[in-house]
Design a protein around this ligand. Structure first.
Ligand SMILES: C[S@@+](CC[C@H](N)C(=O)[O-])C[C@H]1O[C@@H](n2cnc3c(N)ncnc32)[C@H](O)[C@@H]1O
Length: 370
């Protein structure tokens, strides 16, 4: 990166290099007056306040306080104590912290959950759900293991993570599937008609099967195949579709995507928040193209890592920068969305196009040539 470049919208390399970023940030700040000491202190303390809000939300979810407040129009701290058999002094502390963070609003003598938080924090089927992020960020696989391996740089793979980690990643993946299936897929030209007909759909890197289940529920004439390299995730997925009564239209395969081979050709292959994880994205894309029937669709639904400094400083950019702590440990990084255009084009896909579903969710698609 050119350290002389003072443009705020400069393009970052796909894996931003800290030394180059630091040099250019210094030159940016030379051009504009910097913050005063109190402003800078306020900025730092804002991060502490955010950390406290995060812990307050996670604690409220774990202890059932947020769920109880969602059930009742308003609750005093004493009522919450009785409802959940908790300590009165501690519940008072939590309620004040939750009010200070804007999680609770005052309601008469008590509190109510702030607007939309029942959906945002509790409704795992909602496309707007963000509640899974709070426990996920506190899992040891994220910051603790990164800190412990900062010197060694030791990497791991999914089969070395805890079942809790996998369950929590799955909870954060659900709103991505909820946005993608069926509405996001309907925005890809021609795809809805294909999904209404009988066809085979493959969810590559399907994890614990939330996407396979959703695809099977929304597209009853299709057969859904879930593929993942992690055997534990596939076991969970199998159990889930059996419990949902969908086992007759779903199948699973444990395989690295780089080595994917299917007995039949698929009409649609999707990949949700996982393409960036492939140890060899080119081999995986070549295998997916091989698995697709002529004219078949490949849909990549992923985090669009910011391509500019301004994007990296935005709230979505800061969250994606946090996710990179885990990605680094499995030897990858979230990618700028445009990487997928060139990936698909390099492998001969046509009609390559994309759209954004939220600031942390973009969809790129292409078709195998006829
Ligand atoms: C972030 S999770 C997402 C799982 C699921 N798509 C979801 O949204 O809940 C990533 C998944 O990709 C799988 N994975 C990563 N790289 C893979 C590869 N090269 N081949 C097969 N599976 C892979 C992991 O085992 C893990 O289950």
């Amino acid at each position: 990166m050119d350290p002389q470049d003072t443009s705020a919208e400069r393009t970052l390399p796909s894996t931003a290099e800290p030394s180059a970023g630091t040099a250019s940030a210094a030159s940016d700040h030379a051009a504009a007056p910097g913050p005063s000491m109190p402003e800078q202190a306020g900025q730092l303390l804002g991060h502490v306040a955010g950390y406290i809000a995060h812990r307050t939300i996670e604690l409220g979810l774990r202890a059932g306080l947020i769920e109880q407040l969602a059930r009742q129009p308003s609750r005093t701290s004493e009522q919450l104590v009785d409802d959940l058999d908790l300590d009165a002094f501690y519940v008072g502390v939590w309620c004040r912290a939750a009010f200070s963070a804007g999680i609770l609003e005052r309601a008469g003598e008590g509190y109510r959950l702030a607007d939309h938080l029942d959906t945002l924090l509790l409704d795992g089927d909602s496309p707007a759900y963000v509640g899974g992020m709070f426990p996920l960020m506190l899992q040891s696989e994220l910051f603790d293991r990164f800190a412990a391996c900062l010197h060694s740089g030791e990497r791991l793979w999914w089969d070395e993570t805890s079942p809790e980690w996998i369950a929590r990643v799955s909870a954060t993946g659900r709103p991505f599937y909820a946005r993608l299936v069926p509405d996001g897929l309907a925005r890809v030209p021609g795809l809805s008609a294909q999904l209404e007909a009988a066809c085979t759909v493959v969810d590559t890197a399907c994890g614990t099967g939330a996407g396979v289940r959703r695809l099977a529920e929304h597209h009853p004439r299709c057969e859904i195949i879930g593929v993942d390299g992690d055997a534990h995730s596939i076991e969970q997925a199998q159990r889930m579709v059996e419990a949902a009564g969908l086992a007759d239209r779903t199948r699973f395969l444990v395989s690295p995507l780089e080595e994917l081979t299917l007995d039949e050709q698929a009409s649609v292959v999707i990949n949700n928040i996982s393409m960036h994880e492939c140890r060899d994205m080119d081999r995986a894309t070549a295998a997916i193209r091989e698995a697709l029937a002529p004219g078949g669709w490949f849909v990549i639904s992923d985090f669009p890592f910011p391509e500019t400094d301004a994007g990296l400083r935005s709230v979505p950019g800061r969250i994606m920068a946090g996710i990179q702590y885990f990605e680094a440990q499995i030897d990858d990084q979230l990618q700028p969305r445009s990487v997928y255009d060139t990936l698909l084009e390099r492998h001969g896909f046509v009609d390559v196009d994309w759209f954004e579903l939220t600031p942390v969710h973009a969809v790129t698609s292409g078709r195998a040539p006829d």
